[in-house]
Design a protein around this ligand. Structure first.
Ligand SMILES: C[S@@+](CC[C@H](N)C(=O)[O-])C[C@H]1O[C@@H](n2cnc3c(N)ncnc32)[C@H](O)[C@@H]1O
Length: 204
């Protein structure tokens, strides 16, 4: 899996473009900047966007090629990222270290997903936020129609609103919906897809 991402990020073009994800771009500016964790930040388009808004960004991904592209993008934008290369299993921060977490197309093996969500929950301060966009289970249909839209082909790696409610029961739901959207992100997210969109504020 890691090799797949390294191969993709070795290409000179940015796999999902240099612009931030539109949902992230719409929601992040609504909150006061602080410390933000960006797990699975890939080539850093979203981490760099956050840094440009004044957030103190920690990016995390297991692709060293992703790190290299992200640092390039950060330099182009005259911002800095603290970009850590590692597997999510190794993620370790102080409890309540972050004001926000951005999870944009962070798709993991089914057995890891909920464990990982619980871990992330510990890192968010009370009053802090999570912004998530990821393909929903319905997306398998759209991927079958046109694989150019991208996304995992394993049902269990895809998201549902029920999973979000179960994994983040201690969050005020500022937004939780399954939506069908038109994606136009770089070379690997092109076409119609089904996504889960979630913005939550940690209550306790
Ligand atoms: C679809 S890409 C999304 C990249 C970025 N969030 C974006 O929207 O441009 C998924 C990313 O998850 C990373 N990833 C997947 N499994 C991981 C794991 N177990 N540990 C760390 N990173 C992982 C991949 O390297 C890849 O960069």
């Amino acid at each position: 899996m890691q090799q797949k991402w390294d191969e993709r990020y070795k290409e000179s073009a940015f796999a999902f473009g240099k612009e931030p994800n539109l949902f992230f771009k719409e929601w992040l500016p609504q909150f006061k900047p602080g410390a933000i964790l960006m797990p699975a930040d890939g080539e850093g388009r979203n981490g760099v966007f956050a840094a440009r808004l004044g957030w103190d960004v920690t990016s995390f991904d297991f692709s060293i090629e992703g790190q290299s592209k992200a640092l390039q993008l950060a330099a182009e934008n005259q911002v800095t990222l603290n970009y850590i290369v590692g597997d999510l299993d190794d993620l370790s921060f102080e409890k309540e270290a972050f004001d926000a977490i951005g999870l944009i197309y962070a798709h993991f093996a089914a057995e890891k997903k909920s464990v990982f969500h619980r871990k992330l929950n510990d890192y968010v301060k009370p009053g802090g936020i999570i912004i998530l966009e990821a393909f929903s289970k319905k997306h398998l249909y759209f991927n079958g129609l046109d694989p150019k839209v991208g996304g995992p082909k394993e049902l269990d790696m895809l998201y549902s609103t029920e999973e979000i409610r179960t994994d983040f029961p201690n969050y005020e739901m500022l937004m939780l919906a399954e939506e069908e959207i038109q994606l136009n992100e770089g070379k690997y997210h092109i076409g119609k897809g089904a996504v889960i969109r979630f913005v939550g504020r940690k209550i306790s």
